[in-house]
Design a protein around this ligand. Structure first.
Ligand code: MRU
Length: 345
């Protein structure tokens, strides 16, 4: 099945490829109300840090269009309410709050209320386009770290589907492949939502990149036994000292990589770097419904009375990260200096 554009904006409506249905069917959700956008993010129709930021930006436009048609104007209190609702949909990925904040700045700059909707639409479209452009740039820079013949392990899905387009961790792999380097990718299935099995393996296969799927608990053995040359993952929030929140299970892979001397790279746009958070301990980790652990789609895998827990992300301390790959360059240790420069340049 050829992959279509997974997000597009048409005549005031936002169309989102429903990632819960992949890779078996391609169905789109049309968002015409703020509530649709909130539901799309919180129920994982869309996911991935940069993508939920882009979706939230369009969500602000949709909410404003509704308010303008109902009461003819949008007050700062309306903007605050809409922003709060969108930011509350998922707490860990900072790109969401970053995009909503950028939409607030655009609102603040608007001098002519009649032009508000056009200005806000242009801002959301720009956030989307810039994300794709930044991903292309960071991917090209990251591809320089990849050698012909490398076997690369990745976790979760940090591909085009997780972003406005092109991808971050998978973007680096894609750019290296486009440069003609022969690469093999090991994708972890990423329980319990299976972003690796359903999305990463699917995207890479569509791109003609050699991929092998493994259960999450294989990372240690593969690093011990087999040639894994590099690990590349995406990120949901990177603090000022370089501590990195990403999909649950990332930390264990980073620990095993250190033990085996394998480089562990984090690829992320600058919008994932959170200047307001000092260290990983301050990051709010999303806890999702335990039903997502106890059921495989609609089939129960344990007794209903069993207690379960599902943290959606973990934090990898900066010391286990070899380098950050961003659109402004590759940041090596000491991270604090490079990250501060990102925030100030
Ligand atoms: O729960 P998800 O699917 O939104 O989690 C996604 C991840 O953890 C990704 O690795 C991260 O957002 C980076 S995507 C470029």
């Amino acid at each position: 099945m050829a992959m279509k554009e997974h997000i597009f904006w048409k005549e005031g409506s936002l169309f989102l490829l429903d990632q819960r249905k992949l890779p078996f069917s391609e169905e789109f959700m049309e968002c015409t109300k703020l509530g649709h956008v909130e539901a799309a993010i919180s129920t994982m129709v869309v996911r991935g840090a940069p993508l939920i930021g882009v979706v939230a930006a369009y969500g602000v436009v949709i909410a404003l269009a509704g308010l303008l048609s109902k009461k003819g104007r949008v007050s700062p209190a309306d903007m605050a309410r809409v922003s709060g609702r969108l930011i509350a949909t998922r707490p860990t990925a900072v790109n969401l709050a970053w995009a909503v904040e950028r939409m607030n700045d655009a609102y603040g700059r608007c001098k002519d209320h009649d032009a508000l909707l056009d200005l806000m639409t242009a801002e959301a479209v720009a956030i989307h386009a810039e994300d794709v452009e930044n991903n292309r740039t960071l991917s090209r820079l990251g591809a320089a770290l990849i050698h012909d013949g490398d076997t690369i392990l990745t976790h979760c899905n940090a591909g085009a589907l997780a972003t406005g387009g092109y991808g971050t961790a998978l973007g680096v792999i894609r750019a290296a492949h486009e440069e003609g380097k022969g690469i093999k990718v090991i994708a972890t299935e990423t329980r319990p939502y299976f972003q690796g099995a359903r999305l990463t393996a699917y995207e890479l296969t569509e791109q003609g990149i050699d991929v092998e799927l493994v259960p999450d608990n294989h990372a240690g053995l593969l690093l011990y036994k087999q040639k894994i040359d590099k690990i590349i993952v995406g990120a949901d929030r990177i603090t000022r000292n370089g501590d990195t929140a990403n999909k649950i299970g990332t930390y264990m892979i980073a620990l095993a990589a250190r033990e085996h001397g394998v480089p562990f790279y984090v690829a992320a746009p600058v919008s994932t770097f959170d200047r307001s958070t000092r260290t990983g301990g301050e990051i709010v980790i999303e806890e999702r419904d335990s039903k997502e652990v106890k059921y495989l789609r609609k089939t129960p895998i344990t007794l209903d009375c069993i207690k379960a827990r599902y943290y959606s992300f973990d934090v990898t301390p900066a010391r286990y990260i070899s380098a950050f790959i961003t659109e402004k360059g590759v940041i090596e240790k000491p991270f604090k200096t490079g990250i501060t420069r990102l925030h100030t340049s």
